[in-house]
Design a protein around this ligand. Sequence first.
Ligand code: FAD
Length: 430
Amino acid sequence: AVNIFWFRRDLRFTDNAGLFYALKEETPVLPVFIFDPHILSKLEEKADARVSFIQSTLLRLKKQLEDHGSSMRILYASPEAAFSQLAAEFDLKAVYTNRDYEPYANERDATVRSLLKEKGIGFYSFKDQVIFEKEEILTDTSGVYKVFTPYKNKWLAKWQNLQLEEFFINPSSANFHETKPYPVPTLQEMGFAKSSIIIPPSTFDESVIAAYDKKRDFPAIEGTSRLGIHLRHGTISIRAAVKKAATLNQTWLNELIWREFYQMILSNFPHVVHNAFKPQYDLIPWRNDEEQFQKWCEGMTGYQIVDAGMRELNTTGYMHNRVRMVVASFLTKHLLIDWRWGEAWFARKLLDFELASNNGGWQWAAGTGTDAQPYFRVFNPESQTDKFDKDKAYIRQWVPEYDSKNYIKPIVEHKFARQRAIETYKAALK
Ligand code: FAD
């Protein structure tokens, strides 16, 4: 008999809760990863850097297993088809996995669980990608938090008393299923190509984290961790990150709590995937000018900081948080374009794309979400530049023509756009 450990967004051996519990059993463990055509078919770019990243991470883990006489089974199939196949091939006792909280993942897991149940196979899931799940941080009257600060305070209070578990795994001596190496579906077979985008390393830069509160707001300097993609795919563990944060920098810890806050919001209010968190904001009559949207996507708005951000995103798969706020505000307020359009562009481009955080960030900027930026506050791109990129080092890097005749004229005038946004929101929310 074998047990399966199903890898999803936890692509590591170190400190992996579900894998740890699977390996505690006597039955040998076969590690499995499934490339799900339902997810892959939504990706619009052939050379999607995230698919390359997942593929190369899996190959690394697989190689480690093969050095010790095991392997990883990597399938390209719907999870239902994959598990039907695995159940036919092996004497399966149980499937172990870590919980994933997105609406599609919940549905998928329910389907797989019942398919396995019919065959008498267990399905066990574990908390791994967050410190606290949605029902663990509630108000004193067992309600759900809708605002960050009290949520954070409760989180911190609970965290003070928490003995973090350590899930130590040694791949060389662990009880993995013995097998010859398995073949791997190639990127080409799945319709993708290798990306040339460089992925930042999955190591904690302690000097960056220690100075985070002082340096995090300036896009021209390396003031943030760049660990987003690794937290998204679990190539580092959230427990390790939180431990670092606790000793190095409280402000950085707050950011990790924002991540959990938005996961909690998405789990409790799945309507946010399609609609405003606050329903009355669905009444805003977006202008949705397609030509202007295109200009925004390309970084050709004539607003230096906005264009710098969009070009950084399109080239590297990353955009600094301060600039994400500026470009999101510009799209939704200055251009009155639906936040969902911007959200989709970010989802397509960001290496660290995470449904919960991206949705939360966009709804915050558009004023439609929890803790939102009030609608009458409209980011002024110029004063944001004065505060956070005073000598224009960031702008110069991404928009070198910014001070020449060749630079395009602004596609909308700031004062006019600001007034129009405020009036439009005000009328819609009356
Ligand atoms: P650091 O600044 O070093 O922070 C460490 C980690 O904390 C991040 O990697 C991330 O996991 C988490 N974090 C930090 N800030 C936030 C935040 N505001 N909300 C939630 N988690 C946070 N973050 C994503 O991870 N994925 C997204 O798709 C995403 N989309 C965004 C869209 C908009 C419009 C905005 C305004 C913000 C978005 N963010 C998103 C939040 C934030 O911008 C990024 O997490 C951060 O810039 C990533 O850089 P870093 O890895 O250097 O993070």
